[in-house]
Write a protein that binds this ligand. Structure first.
Ligand SMILES: [Zn+2]
Length: 396
């Protein structure tokens, strides 16, 4: 998906490598760049010229006041180009256009049914993306890449969904191919919980290398960032904890065909079903969260038990990947402290003291924005990589 078939000029490859130093936005002088890279000042000058031509960096400082001398410092030019991030849920999508420093310029949420299939949904997306670009005064030629989060499993290397349960018609669909045909850029596609993990970590825990994001909603899944890198596993299904069997689930059928899965006991619909069996009047997950907020004892008890069930599985995860932070997100996490309390109760009790000594288990702070931020981040990571810059200049 991400391979660029056109050969890249060697000067450009070298320039894009130098650019990796300037990506952080800090201004640097030619002398500093030469010292860091060990390259000759003349070489640095040539590569800076290439990056200036692409408009990716700008001169900073006192060029005008110092009598026509070359500018002394250079830094990333955040407004040179833009990326679009998009998060698709079952019934809504959020799109955001972001500059090269990751600053959001405009975002928009709209009702879209993912079950309408890829033709309809992606045609809508392409239209919405063009409108968003126009609304921030940009054109399609300013767009560098697109990041997309989908509510189902995605094969990472190809960006194709793999038998996604709530996405009829999407199995194996070439999502990046369609977006490239319409918008002319590379599209990075991932599942929604992976991009939530990336978004939450980028904004709230930028210095933390080991973060696990657990989404508790209609389904239950997690995104694992270990050693600073998102772990997708061999087929992209790493972190898929919803269908791990838990003690309390013995004999309970799950929609996946197995029995006793975490998702069959602790997801929003599962908690709602249990409460209705007890005679509680609750329609859906939003209703459940509302009951908890009104201090309904039965709802609180059910959510806390779901937290314990999730904690049972997370105890194993803590042993395997030793995160510093576990973030709980998704609609059920709107029930707040009660879900957290159940998770903490089990994880702290059953894990080794060394693994939990510095472990925080917290509620999401970015909430529904985490996913679209993460989608923008994966688009930016590609766009500003040597490969992304090579693709950009050959397209010009
Ligand atoms: Zn299952």
């Amino acid at each position: 998906m991400m391979s660029v078939t056109k050969p890249q000029p060697p000067g450009l490859v070298a320039a894009s490598e130098l650019f990796q130093l300037l990506r952080d936005g800090a201004p640097r002088t030619r002398a500093e760049l030469a010292a860091i890279t060990g390259m000759a000042r003349s070489t640095i000058g040539l590569r800076l010229d290439t990056l200036l031509e692409l408009d990716l960096i700008s001169p900073i400082g006192d060029a005008a006041s110092s009598g026509g001398r070359p500018p002394s410092q250079f830094a990333l030019n955040p407004s040179a180009r833009v990326v679009i991030g998009a998060d698709f849920g079952a019934t809504h999508a959020t799109l955001a256009v972001t500059d090269l420093a990751g600053t959001g310029l405009l975002s928009r949420r709209a009702p879209v049914r993912i079950a309408d299939g890829p033709e309809t949904v992606l045609a809508w997306f392409v239209d919405a993306a063009r409108t968003l670009l126009a609304d921030v005064g940009r054109t399609q030629s300013d767009l560098l890449a697109v990041g997309l989060g989908l509510p189902g499993p995605v094969e990472h290397d190809t960006g194709r969904p793999v038998t996604p349960p709530i996405m009829p018609g999407w199995d194996g669909f070439d999502v990046p191919g369609r977006i490239r045909d319409e918008l002319g850029v590379v599209a990075l596609v991932d599942n929604d919980v992976n991009i939530m993990a990336i978004g939450e970590r980028t904004r709230i825990y930028p210095g933390v290398r080991d973060v696990m994001f657990v989404k508790v909603a209609t389904g239950i899944g997690s995104g694992i960032i270990s050693g600073g890198l998102l772990q997708r596993g061999a087929q992209g299904s790493a972190g898929d904890i919803g269908h791990v069997r838990i003690e309390r689930g013995t004999g309970v059928a799950c929609h996946c065909g197995n029995f006793g899965c975490l998702e069959a006991m602790a997801s929003g619909p599962a908690i709602v079903r249990q409460l209705r069996r007890e005679g509680v009047d609750v329609a859906d997950t939003d209703g459940l969260v509302e009951l908890v907020r009104r201090n309904d004892i039965a709802a609180i008890r059910a959510v806390r038990q779901a937290g314990r069930d999730i904690g049972e599985v997370l105890t194993v995860c803590v042993s395997m990947v030793n995160p510093s932070v576990i973030v709980l997100g998704g609609r059920v996490s709107g029930a707040g402290e009660h879900l957290l309390a159940g998770v903490r109760e089990v994880v702290y009790q059953r894990s080794t003291p060394l693994a939990t000594q510095h472990l925080s288990i917290v509620q999401t702070r970015e909430a529904e924005n985490a996913a679209v931020i993460g989608a923008s981040v994966i688009a930016l990571q590609y766009a500003l990589s040597p490969e992304g810059i090579g693709a950009m200049s050959t397209a010009r």
